[in-house]
Ligand binder design. Structure first.
Ligand code: PCA
Length: 322
């Protein structure tokens, strides 16, 4: 008795174009213990519960499913259904993606939230035009400087081999006379161990993930910018859900975004404390170092404005409130 009903229901759903139990493969470049990944797994759990198992999201962390630069193309071409990337990794695709990685453009989470609100429509449109939907975006804690030697000004950085993670960090290195090499978060310990790099600017979270105390001694708490990740899905995959299940995914995404912004702010303090516990010198940057890096930020803002185009400038103005 039961089986024919199940078959009929299946045919009915198939006729409506809604697939039944689905599995989405989701790739993130960041490791399991990271707060972004923990948040995403919570999102996946909520989705599975809300859809009563009709949708399972299988999260692969640490770039194990696809390397970071392949994650967005992978979702776009249907190889996987969902992904997370650092938004500013895509800076060369659209100027809006570079905005959250300009040094000292934002000075707080409130600023970062306003910048996100101003840029979100363009980020969404960009993804939509390529067959993808933005689910949520969560910031990293403010970015600080990790070095082996004390650094009191940009002059002290000259000639140092520097770990870059996007075009903006490569540009910061150039403007301060450092030598940048792009290194994914998962490869940081090895890059330091083999001498490819000797300094980096990243969050306390990534410092703890990579056990920065093994290869650097100083952490300067610059909070120089607040970059964001975004989690997105293939629109085709999203559209294959029933309207109710689709709404369940979007509602869980809204909760994940809120949870993530809160977790990020807590991380900033808790992970900085771990750096100190592990023996790193956690220091306030000198006024000279801050002034030097603010100058770098001004140069980068001007460079950005030159290539931002009308949409970019509008977003920037909206953020500034003028
Ligand atoms: N962690 C990532 C991006 C920004 C951050 O805080 C990384 O270092 O690759």
């Amino acid at each position: 008795m039961r089986k024919p009903i199940g078959v009929l229901l299946g045919l009915l759903l198939a006729g409506l174009g809604w697939a039944q139990n689905q599995v989405w493969n989701m790739a993130t470049p960041y490791p399991d213990g990271n707060f972004h990944t923990i948040n995403i797994r919570e999102f996946a759990k909520e989705v599975e519960a809300a859809t009563q198992g009709r949708l399972t999201i299988r999260v692969s962390s640490g770039g194990s499913l696809l390397p970071h630069p392949q994650i967005l193309p992978g979702v776009r071409n249907g190889q996987i259904q969902m992904g997370e990337v650092l938004i500013s990794l895509l800076a060369n695709e659209n100027p809006v993606f570079a905005l959250d990685s300009i040094p000292f453009l934002v000075g707080s989470y409130d600023d970062a939230q306003r910048l996100y609100r101003a840029s979100r429509p363009e980020i969404e449109n960009w993804l939509q035009r390529r067959g993808m939907t933005l689910l949520f975006s969560v910031p990293w804690p403010g970015q600080g400087l990790y070095t082996k030697q004390p650094v009191n000004s940009a002059a002290d950085l000259k000639g140092i081999r520097f770990r870059a993670f996007n075009p903006a960090t490569a540009r910061i290195a150039e403007l301060t006379g450092m030598i940048p090499t792009q290194v994914e978060a998962a490869d940081i310990p090895q890059a330091f161990a083999t001498g490819i790099v000797a300094a980096m600017i990243t969050s306390p979270s990534t410092g703890v993930d990579s056990q920065a105390w093994d290869f650097t001694r100083y952490f300067y708490d610059l909070r120089a910018w607040i970059p964001k990740n975004m989690v997105f899905v293939s629109r085709r995959a999203l559209d294959s859900l029933s309207p109710a299940d689709r709404e369940a995914v979007l509602a869980a995404a809204r909760r994940a975004e809120q949870r993530g912004w809160q977790a990020s702010q807590q991380e900033a303090a808790s992970k900085t404390a771990i750096l100190a516990q592990r023996g790193m010198q956690v220091l306030q940057p000198s006024p000279q170092l801050v002034a030097d890096l603010k100058k770098v930020g001004e140069i980068m803002t001007n460079e950005w404005l030159k290539r931002a185009g009308a949409t970019g400038v509008k977003i920037y103005r909206t953020y500034l409130g003028r």
